[in-house]
Write a protein that binds this ligand. Structure first.
Ligand SMILES: *Cc1c(COP(=O)(O)O)cnc(C)c1O
Length: 398
């Protein structure tokens, strides 16, 4: 098979499950902020594998950790102690308000674990309560339970009947959570900022008020930081900006710098699992944990969280300048390097496609919203280049 782009497109049609609507490029290589397609064309990557390659593509920290650990020990089992897993767990505990960690393979799996832990807690401590309140426009994953948690009809409708025990209410609406709370409720599960829902930033006091309500009612607060965690929003964890600590927190995307990993963390009082009640074969293996440990250590050592704050401000102010010139832009929103451009019309698809043709990868997150989630190492120069391309694309559309 030659590496002609059309051949891969044809092959995908034939052999791959037709689920992803793909953009017309085949990416074969990446370095730092850039990737290259099979025709040798270069792209500036402002999607980063969906907020995953936090240090950019093939960063030496990632490559070195992977190769070093691959030569040492790749997989054991959670039936044995392994060093990288415990080092990573220790670092996560030291840098967060949580006390214990369980490492798995993805965001959905982290949320499944968090949901199971909350149900266990409900069974043991809340008189058998099992309902979890989540929000509309949330995204928590693609398993059946996390689909039930995800308050978006497009994901739920094809799979009904879904697992019971989830109530979806409006985001950024404390009264809706209060109204949905009853004696069966064991937890409230939220993203500090909704990512896949279109980068929806709640009021500054929302999380704090939800926290107070959970305290009043004895409920667990689960924060899904799969997207917002690991410095993405300008602090290591987004909850740190909202003055509200979760009882359970989930992580995934940016944690491994590109390798598949998820984790859920909990406060000691919520750690009610008994031996054997949850588990994983691959989760927490030495290869992935050694890599995530080095990535997280690097992010902390280089204080990339502060860098993200500055770069996020630079990006948003540049986008606001564009908004002054182009009336098609309705709003610029986000925190840190989780940023969205909301249009007045459903033009996200052609905008993303034209950006791609001009060498910039950005993400369509809604029909009328594009999202910027570049690697955390992005510089002003690269942001200026991206803004320039977006500006040209919008100008051409006038
Ligand atoms: C991406 C995402 C998930 C799902 O993660 P997967 O690794 O795709 O399973 C869950 N929650 C949030 C907030 C996400 O952004």
């Amino acid at each position: 098979m030659s590496t002609n782009n059309n051949d891969w497109t044809e092959l995908e049609k034939k052999v791959y499950m037709q689920l992803a609507k793909r953009w017309p490029v085949t990416i074969v290589r990446g370095k730092g902020m850039k990737v290259w397609d099979d025709k040798g064309r270069e792209y500036l990557d402002f999607v980063a594998g969906i907020a995953v390659t936090s240090l950019g593509h093939c960063h030496p920290v990632v490559v070195d950790a992977l190769t070093r650990q691959a030569k040492t020990l790749i997989q054991m089992s959670n039936m044995y102690y392994t060093v990288p897993q415990l080092q990573l767990a220790d670092l996560l505990v030291k840098t967060s308000c949580l006390d214990r960690v369980f490492i798995c393979n993805s965001g959905a799996e982290a949320n499944e674990g968090a949901i199971k832990l909350a149900r266990r807690y409900g069974k043991l401590k809340l008189d058998g309560a099992y309902e979890i309140i989540t929000t509309h426009e949330s995204f928590h994953g693609r398993t059946l339970a996390t689909t039930a948690a995800t308050g978006q009809n497009q994901f739920q409708e094809p799979y009904t009947p879904l697992p019971t025990g989830f109530v979806n209410v409006d985001y950024n609406d404390l009264d809706a959570i209060k109204a949905a709370t009853n004696k069966l409720t064991c937890a409230v599960m939220l993203e500090p900022i909704q990512g896949e829902g279109g980068v929806n930033v709640p009021s500054d006091d929302y999380l704090r008020k939800v926290r107070a309500w959970c305290d009043e009612k004895g409920l667990l607060l689960i924060l899904d930081e799969v997207q917002t965690g690991i410095a993405r929003t300008g602090t290591l964890y987004a909850y740190q900006q909202y003055g509200a600590e979760p009882d359970i927190m989930t992580l995934a995307k940016g944690l491994g710098g590109g390798v598949p990993i998820g984790a859920f963390l909990a406060k000691e009082r919520a750690c009610v699992f008994k031996i054997g009640e949850h588990g994983t074969t691959f989760g927490g293996n030495p290869l992935i944990c050694a890599t995530a440990f080095d990535v997280l250590s690097y992010i902390i050592k280089k204080d990339l969280a502060s860098h993200v704050q500055h770069m996020g401000e630079y990006l948003r102010s540049g986008l606001n300048n564009l908004a002054a010139d182009y009336k098609i832009i309705k709003e610029v929103r986000g925190k840190g390097l989780l940023v969205a451009l909301q249009f007045n019309a459903e033009i996200a698809e052609p905008v993303v496609l034209t950006c791609l043709e001009k060498g910039l990868i950005v993400n369509k997150v809604k029909a009328d919203v594009i999202r910027f989630i570049p690697p955390l190492i992005v510089t002003e120069k690269e942001i200026a280049r991206a803004l320039d391309i977006v500006g040209k694309v919008l100008k051409e559309r006038q």
